[in-house]
Ligand binder design. Sequence first.
Ligand code: XMP
Ligand code: MG
Length: 368
Amino acid sequence: MIKLHDKYFESYISANKLNTTIAKMAQLVYKECADEIPLFVGILNGSFMFAADFVRAYPGQCEISFVKLASYQGTESAGKVKKLVGLSEDVTNRTVIILEDIIDTGTTLEEIYTIFRHKKLKQLKIATLLYKPDVYKKGLHIDYIGLHVPDKFVVGYGLDYNGLGRNLSDIFTLTKPTMTNIVLFGPPGAGKGTQADVLKDKYALKHISTGDVFRYNIKNETPLGNLAKSYMDKGDLVPDEVTINMLKQEVERHKDANGFIFDGFPRTEDQAKALDTFLAEKGATINGMVALEVPEDLLVERLLKRGETSGRPDDQDESKIRNRFNEYQNKTAILKDYYAQQGKYYGIDGVGSIEEITERLTKVFDKL
Ligand code: XMP
Ligand code: MG
């Protein structure tokens, strides 16, 4: 799965399939006009790849030119076609074969017919790589059709979604991510664990606490656990790669999960990118980073209180607590930016009762 702007797409027609389709089309066209030199006219921008591959597969001599028309805005056919660049060749008595990437409503095709209506061609033929039979509204004749596609927005192989995706080798179609994955964030003492416990049940998600995953692997002396321990024993940081592999393994252990709440991961931009790549392979993505925002002084107070009962030495010393807090701010600011740039950052006021905060989180989770 890939993401272009705000939308997700999955591969729908492979580059291979496109290749064989185009080779067949080129052969067929050649058979029907072998005794002359046709002028192929590609309709820009969408058809540039198709036109290039088509003429490469065309066994005879030919000429190629382009006109530039535009009708689509976003994922909707705008209904009005604008001619941006016209044809400069003299087409009198020529066989002109239009190369279109896709015929959808047929509005563009109508414009093409109009452009050539008063020119004294020998003949005009239309070849389109893709055709949407459920949407096509015009009775105009189409001579060569590569592949039929359903009424779904497609991108790739010349076709774009608001400018992006033209350079993809496959044709992709719109899709929705199947899992819901949330990165739960917050400084130490923000109440992540408490909230994750409630939310995982409410949304049937699997809670992955990085700390728990580490402790599990080390305790059970798994290969990754032993590897991580070897760094920790030397006082070194565990490399991103080891952490990522441990997390991947944990995701793989729950193949039929509806999604995951990641808690304590990712911690670095590299980890975030690795997580994105890994999820993309599974047709999924991070839907949002939800961060509990709590003022520092309140956190210090909470942690000191926890230290009275928890016995954790790092919860008992205010300067150590502030240090952890600083480190959190420094490191996670980058991640906040990383997710915010994708429109995926949700800051939640983390001050209040557990129920109040759950309520606020629920409002965001419902949207994701
Ligand atoms: P009409 O509706 O005029 O559409 O037949 C033809 C032109 O619109 C573009 N088009 C698309 N572009 N995904 C795209 O990226 C699509 O699903 C799609 N459908 C139509 C294309 O430029 C074509 O020439
Ligand atoms: Mg287009």
